[in-house]
Design a protein around this ligand. Sequence first.
Ligand code: PEP
Ligand code: MG
Length: 760
Amino acid sequence: MPTLAPATAASAAREILRRLHDVMAARTNAQTKLNSVVQIIGEALDSEVCSIYLLRDGVLELYATRGLEQNAVHVTKLALGEGLVGTIAEKVQMLNLAEATSHPDFAYKPETGEELFHSFAGVPIVRRERAVGVLAVQHVDPRRYDDVEIEALQTVAMVLAELIAAAGLVDGRTSGKDARDSGAVRLTGLKLVEGMGRGLAVYHQPRVVVEHTVAEDIEVERHRVYSAFARMREQIERMTSQAEFGVAGEHQDVLATYKMFAYDEGWSRRINEAIDSGLTAEAAIERVQQRTRMRMREISDPLLQDRMHDLEDLSNRLLRIVSGQLGTAAQLGLREDTILIARNLGPAELLEYDRRRLKGVILEEGSLTAHVTIVARAMGVPVLGRVANVRRQIAEGDMVLLDTSQSAAFVRPSSPMEEAFDSKLAATQRRRAEFAAMRDLPPLTQDGLRIELMVNAGLRDDIAALDVTGADGIGLFRTEFQFLVSATLPQRERQQRLYKDVLDAAGARPVIFRTVDIGGDKALPYMNDDGHDEENPAMGWRALRLSLERDALMKAQARALVEAAAGRELNVMFPMVSEPWEFDEARALFEGQRKWVAERGRELPHAIRYGTMLEVPALAEQLDLLLPKIDFLSIGTNDLTQFLFAADRAHPKLAERYDWLSPAILRFIRRVVEQSDAAGVKLGICGEMGGRALEAMALIGVGVNRLSITPAAVGPVKAMIRSLDAAALRAAMPQWLAEAPRNMRDVLARWAGNRDVAIA
Ligand code: PEP
Ligand code: MG
């Protein structure tokens, strides 16, 4: 077989593609097309044999051949892993052999008459990363095929994938020796939101399926790739400078790698070479991606593998840009019960999903108190975070059972896995029913202390949680959620409608509305920050700091609240107050709106009570000045602990490092409780900490009497409260806090265990 010089390789491939393009466009049936294809490739590569095997019902069937016995067509069949062809399909890897018979996997099929041919090269025909067939060439002379010839074969195989997909010849049971095909797997991670869910895997950023592989005009394709690269680089520059790519932390490393690849000349050159061989921009990107993937399988260094995954991510991004398929899975709409897969998500991105279909989320990153986790908790969607190599293990459409209480996801579950899942689900539902049965029982401790148990809310759908849980009220209504789900800034009327609906549903039960806490990781795409790039957005221009500066926004919200609460009590809480004067200003702004409404003779709330969050440690140092001014105080442990420990709440590596039950936190809270009690100001906790039974117990132990928690936690926390002797715990606490044991969690858990306190 003549060798193609590299310079002519591209033009040879281009010539093949041109002829294939004509075949594909012809109005003939699929079999005729495949017959033409083997002729074209055989001739172009001057190969005596060219054959196409397609996977049908999990078996590779000879579909068309030039050079082998025609009688063998549709007769010769190979199982996956059988013979050279079966091996190529199973491993999704090419083979290039000077002497086919000497390969251990060689299987002789007498009906084909292939004993005449010594050399053999075959490449998988790949669609959606799976082998759907094999393209093979054979030659009498015993010699290996050149790299450029293999390259041409692989390019042709891509086009064939398009042809057989268009002809409806793709088998549902495709193959591929990838973890994704090796049957059931159990993936483990970090439980971010407790729960169980069942659904089909959907990637947040869907993979682009390349539909057209053969270029009509190479110059046009070159230009498309060039512009896509420019856009991608722009995006990455922006992500780097604004840290808008979700949260900080590990992202910085990822972004640095993205940047390195985005400017990597080798990568863009390889894509351009693929275009030269006649591929469309999409197909060229995919072609290079396939090559990278094949190389990746040979790499065992996990660090390098990670980098290769970053390149894969970036390739997908480039593909989305060039194909214009920019939407997330949320924008495309979920069609079935779904387990969503993503590297990470912002809260606004999560809120775009249809709650009825979203049954769970698996993240490669993620942390316990990141806002996306809080939003998921509010939505009742279980989340498993910190799952390594998700994309290598789960393919789009795989069945996934998520059980975050086991910190696990079962992918393509076996029957025993399904059975175990179902029986646990039934048990969970029974437990939930038991909790539901406690709905009307008061959260009263064994020794008669009435704990106020309220819920955190923020979405319209959360209103129902009040009745379902039998909670005492809404202790934290995160008004920014409405802003996050909206594509534009919600107008005052819309805000007012929501607030009124919430108050109507709550009836006599109190609702504490927190003014918008936007900024940080709750960035609003439609609200730019006047070009302030923040290196540390959690400590940046967010919450009340932003509201006081953008006072038009705050005034609109104040008026919406005042008018919505006409004739009722209005409880307003300000987030991220660091110094008492901020409270004074915010209160004055509200009072201004109250006056404005009163001057127009409209009905006012019968009382407005003002309170603040305590989440910035500095405020604790001026509590004596603040307490006389406020009606209530609520400790936001999510932010408070990140600031106390100087540990980013969204940083995946710190996710489990600092324990809410550390003596530092408990001592801090105890001090605030004592001061508030002395001042006669009602104090509550509204961070996620209060929603965990053992943590809630510890909080009661340091004197807290009001908890506002995620609705799903009301049952377990109420069960804990009703089994607790609060006086005994409060008596034991000072000693523990004085000793400050390194593992306070153990101490508390042991105490609870000895006294049969219900800690779920
Ligand atoms: C907190 O910080 O604890 C809190 C309740 O507020 P958010 O989680 O909305 O920042
Ligand atoms: Mg907060």
